[in-house]
Design a protein around this ligand. Structure first.
Ligand SMILES: *[C@@H]1O[C@H](CO)[C@@H](O)[C@H](O)[C@H]1NC(C)=O
Ligand SMILES: *[C@@H]1O[C@H](CO)[C@@H](O)[C@H](O)[C@H]1NC(C)=O
Ligand SMILES: *[C@@H]1O[C@H](CO)[C@@H](O)[C@H](O)[C@H]1NC(C)=O
Ligand SMILES: *[C@@H]1O[C@H](CO)[C@@H](O)[C@H](O)[C@H]1NC(C)=O
Length: 467
């Protein structure tokens, strides 16, 4: 209120010499009255508005802090539901659907976009240091939304509150935030109530338990991750994997070594996969070969994916073990094996069957009660050409004949980039479609009663001010 008071006193004092002169003329008197009336009216309107605005900003700031500080004191039920809704019918053996053209997909078809129809750009504030989220920076070209060209920009708002304030969303790399969370330091910062917080993670919830922690998750509104329930699911399957098994000639059974092969360089994984391999190594007839840093038997350590696939190509069976056990957490290791055409002995995601091209495409460790039983199965597959070939036969099938969940993964690769998909989602939200955000919130039983009350109070205020 002080800024408004200053011109008023200035006018009274500075205008002191004019005042007696004006009083003599009645027309001037009227002018003066009009002036005071105008100033009064302006003050009447602006002072309360200013006060309310200050209150609103204060309320918002304090509630934001409440809304987003993640502390262990809040306890809520876990309502992260299972995968029931993802169950799909079996593929029909006659389905003739073939793979889509995945090599030439673009974010937007050419010639469809006109400059007049460009929608107001979506801006996303990237809150995690760039080295963890490379690719999420700058403007994303050729992003389409409802047939219009959508400006889509990832900005770094560091030290620029205005950039932060005009962003539709704040974007966080989950693992970084999760580490801070365990030190009680996590703060998801939103500057307006309409802003959404987006979590991205490709790391397993077994390594980062906060991704299963509702208190942590409730600070967000959308999830991009390997989990298939995520609003924007992204798997480890890549286009070159698909190209690999579709177009590379399969090295024949005879040209491959019987020895199961293990290539691993992180030897301290949560799953203790090395212990399993060490047990298997106690069977001399298996003759397990290890090329990686862990349990190396070959004296050669080559870490790159390419040489790994080359190694896999020379073997009938490969040991594919994830670093942790988490639902949907199936990494590129499995797809590398598929490209090479070696049969994976798989240990990892408890629901791996949901993500396989064919139920018979792996040797599933869980199906065997002991390493001795697993040994028998490995010997059965590597010792019989027909059995081995039946396990790689899916490679030459049409897409429509593979499992529906696998088809979905392949088709997801024809979509625009993740960066563009996120912008489109935010444009949908801005246009009033809150269904995905609602889905996330329902999944995490978002908001305590206290927070909901606070929000409904805020809602009245923000409706009054239109934001
Ligand atoms: C822009 O979009 C509107 C409605 O979607 C359409 O009628 C119009 O033809 C478009 N303009 C151009 C130049 O494409
Ligand atoms: C975090 O806060 C909780 C309770 O407020 C406390 O018990 C815990 O020790 C804190 N952790 C760290 C790493 O400061
Ligand atoms: C490892 O790499 C070297 C050259 O970089 C290559 O000569 C060798 O064959 C590779 N070893 C394996 C096991 O792939
Ligand atoms: C809102 O978005 C969801 C998910 O993208 C979509 O399935 C639904 O059709 C949309 N609803 C409307 C009314 O556009």
């Amino acid at each position: 209120m002080i800024p408004f008071a200053v011109p008023l006193t200035g006018d009274e004092q500075g205008g002191g010499s004019q005042l007696p002169r004006l009083r003599k003329i009645s027309k001037g008197k009227l002018d003066l009255q009009a002036r005071y009336l105008t100033i009064g009216a302006i003050l009447l309107f602006f002072v309360p508005t200013f006060a309310l605005l200050t209150c609103q900003i204060f309320l918002q700031a304090s509630s934001l802090r409440q809304e987003t500080t993640l502390g262990p004191h809040v306890s809520l039920r876990v309502s992260y539901t299972g995968h029931a809704h993802l169950a799909l019918p079996n593929p029909s053996p006659e389905d003739d659907t073939d793979y889509p053209d995945i090599t030439h997909t673009k974010d937007a078809p050419q010639g469809l976009v006109s400059p007049e129809n460009t929608t107001t750009a979506i801006t996303i504030s990237v809150m995690t240091p760039q080295q963890f989220v490379s690719g999420f920076s700058g403007s994303i070209p050729e992003c389409l939304w409802r047939g219009h060209s959508l400006g889509c920009e990832y900005v770094v708002p560091r030290n620029d509150p205005f950039l932060h304030m005009r962003s539709e969303a704040v974007f966080y790399h989950g693992p970084n935030l999760c580490l801070e969370y365990h030190q009680n330091k996590t703060r998801v910062v939103k500057s307006t109530r309409k802003q959404l917080a987006v979590l991205l993670t490709m790391e397993s919830a077994a390594y980062y338990p906060c991704f299963d922690d509702p208190v942590f998750m409730q600070a967000f509104d959308l999830e991009i991750s390997y989990r298939r329930e995520a609003q924007l699911p992204i798997g480890y399957l890549r286009k070159d994997h698909i190209e690999g098994w579709r177009h590379d000639a399969l090295v024949s059974f005879e040209k491959r070594s019987d020895s199961p092969v293990y290539v691993q360089s992180n030897c301290r994984a949560q799953t203790k996969r090395d212990s399993i391999v060490r047990y298997l190594m106690t069977f001399p007839d298996l003759k397990i070969r290890s090329f990686g840093r862990c349990l190396n038997t070959e004296g050669q350590v080559n870490g790159t994916t390419e040489s790994k696939i080359d190694i896999y190509r020379r073997h009938k069976i490969c040991l594919v073990m994830e670093n942790s056990i988490a639902t949907d957490y199936v990494t590129e290791k499995l797809y590398d094996a598929f490209v090479a055409g070696c049969v994976p002995v798989y240990y990892g995601a408890p629901n791996v069957e949901d993500l396989l091209p064919d139920p018979d495409s792996i040797i599933d460790c869980r199906a065997f009660g002991s390493t001795a039983a697993l040994r028998k199965e490995i010997l059965r597959v590597s010792g019989n050409r027909a059995v081995w070939e039946s396990k790689v036969a899916w490679r030459k099938r049409r897409l429509g004949q593979l499992s529906p969940a696998f088809q979905a993964q392949v088709l997801a690769l024809t979509k625009p980039s993740v960066q563009c998909q996120l912008c489109s989602m935010l444009a949908d939200y801005r246009a009033g479609n809150t269904s995905l955000v609602q889905q996330f919130r329902d999944g995490w039983d978002y908001r305590s009663e206290e927070q909901k009350q606070l929000e409904s109070r805020q809602f009245l205020l923000s409706n009054f001010f239109g934001y």
